[in-house]
Design a protein. Structure first.
Length: 228
């Protein structure tokens, strides 16, 4: 039940993907794109969305892994039930199925993991980091239209960049963390990539090098109707 409570709590804390009613106060453009757009519309379920995960840290070997989302038709029209496999082996996070989604719940899982990793690294509150990221979508997000190479052709996309912990001493070295989201309608599930970047510690004496993580769309593949 812990994983389910965490997922439901995150969904409630961000006006994400599940709510049918109009949220209040009005959402920022970044929130609307990320959390109110029906990213899963147009998918021919059942299918599986596959994303590559990569972590690079100075002085260490890169880490590669995979994230899989099994997408099936939900009970209500236009909604989907999503079963995640979020990373594998010792890195796996066991999130519960996400029923009745219109948007891509990969955002929920990735942001929850980010808050948990930051909490573990600093000793701070997971809720505080989660709330700072949420507020960052309101007052610290920069958006721009870009062109993205996808399947051998250029497609229009939108990039969202934010630095949610700037000036927050409790975030320690992560004050300089930058989050980046790239979404394109041409990509199944819309999410092309979710990335984070933390520069090397400067003069703090903690010896931490720069860290980059990225979740990048790899492919969509057919899922047998009877598959679990």
């Amino acid at each position: 039940m812990t994983g389910r409570r965490r997922l439901l709590g995150l969904a409630a804390a961000t006006p994400l993907l599940l709510a049918a009613e109009e949220p209040s106060p009005p959402l920022s453009p970044a929130q609307r794109l990320l959390f109110e757009t029906p990213h899963l519309a147009g998918l021919h379920a059942p299918l599986r969305l596959v994303y590559d995960f990569r972590r690079e840290e100075e002085g260490r070997e890169p880490v590669g892994d995979v994230i899989r989302l099994a997408v099936r038709e939900g009970e209500a029209p236009g909604r989907f039930d999503v079963t995640p496999e979020f990373l594998t082996g010792p890195r796996a996070l066991h999130y519960p199925p996400a029923p009745g989604f219109r948007g891509n719940p990969l955002l929920l899982f990735a942001l929850d993991r980010e808050a948990r990793e930051l909490s573990a690294a600093t000793g701070g509150s997971t809720v505080w980091f989660r709330n700072r990221i949420r507020q960052g979508f309101v007052d610290a997000a920069a958006m721009q239209r870009i062109t993205l190479p996808f399947e051998g052709r250029p497609v229009p996309a939108t990039e969202v960049v934010l630095q949610p912990f700037g000036g927050e001493r409790r975030a320690r070295r992560y004050q300089a963390m930058r989050l980046r989201f790239v979404l394109a309608e041409a990509v199944p599930g819309w999410i092309h990539s979710i990335g984070s970047e933390v520069p090397a510690a400067d003069g703090s004496g903690d010896g931490h090098g720069a860290v980059r993580e990225a979740i990048v769309f790899a492919r969509a593949e057919a899922l047998p109707t009877a598959a679990p």
